[in-house]
Write a protein that binds this ligand. Structure first.
Ligand code: KIV
Length: 271
């Protein structure tokens, strides 16, 4: 089965009649396998710092870690495009650093694209990576990599100046060559306006139903991350509770000697 291409995704503007783009985060091979048939693209997001590694923010995850998880996800997926986040510290210093990191991610993971956070100030970086032959998914609005603690995650675009800033950021990275962009944690009318202004797809998370696609952190939407749940998350399952119940049943059965039964053992003579 052929993977969805960057060009296919790039053309998916809802205003031109496209069906909204579906995306979720994935960090491992089994999760890649489960999500792949249902998603247009999988994001190996640096949110794994929080939902897999237990850190308070997305900062502190390294390029080595992102490459290892990126490879795991491409191994588990067949048809969805795979995008890997460039982690904080791997691309902001210079365009040279950014291109080196982006090339390394693609070479080591076999993903199709990288994502980086930022707008006007990152436009030259986006252009340099795209010029080097690596497709870039942009990310504007709330930028988790800028937050030093969880309380610093703030919804963007609430006042006139804030709205103008996010709109300028989105236009700058579209012009720089991003094939699509995530709009995170941004007031609905601003996300709607950006979607109308830019000619590449917008992927909303805490943004607007008018976006050309939606993304959620998988652990949030299946109830596997209980530390906090942002307003924009819809829970589609409560796997955390199911896991707890399964573990409790297992523990009870081991303690009361109900598990294992002889049917789980080898070399037992059948009666
Ligand atoms: O790291 C991540 O999971 C993300 C999504 C929230 C878009 O950037």
């Amino acid at each position: 089965m052929a993977r969805i291409t960057v060009d296919e995704l790039k053309s998916r503007k809802v205003a031109k009649g496209a069906v909204p783009i579906v995306s979720l985060t994935a960090y491992t091979t089994p999760m890649g396998r489960f999500l792949d048939p249902h998603c247009d693209f999988l994001l190996v997001g640096d949110s794994l710092a929080m939902v897999v590694y237990g850190l308070e923010t997305t900062r502190g995850v390294t390029l080595d870690v992102m490459c290892a998880h990126g490879r795991a996800v491409t191994r588990g997926s067949k048809q969805a495009l795979v995008v890997v986040d460039l982690p904080q510290g791997s691309y902001e210093e210079s365009t040279k650093q950014a291109v080196t990191s982006a090339r390394r991610v693609i070479a080591e993971t076999q993903a199709q694209a990288v994502k980086l956070e930022g707008g006007v100030e990152m436009a030259a970086t986006v252009a340099a990576i795209v010029d080097a032959g690596v497709p870039v998914l942009g990310h504007v609005g709330l930028l988790p990599q800028k937050a030093e603690h969880r309380g610093a995650f703030k919804i963007q675009g609430r006042d006139d100046a804030g709205a103008k800033k996010v709109i300028a950021d989105a236009n700058a990275i579209a012009k720089a060559g991003a094939f699509a962009m995530v709009i995170e944690g941004t007031v609905e009318p601003v996300a709607r306006e950006i979607t109308a202004q830019v000619d590449v797809p917008t992927i909303g998370i805490g943004a607007s139903p008018a976006c050309d696609g939606q993304i959620l952190v998988t652990q949030d939407m299946v109830g596997l991350f209980a530390d906090f749940t942002p307003k924009f998350v819809k829970r589609y399952a409560d796997l955390g509770t199911m896991l707890e119940q399964a573990v409790k049943s297992y523990a009870d059965e081991v303690r009361t000697k109900k598990f294992p039964g002889l049917e789980h053992c080898f070399g037992v003579e059948k009666k």
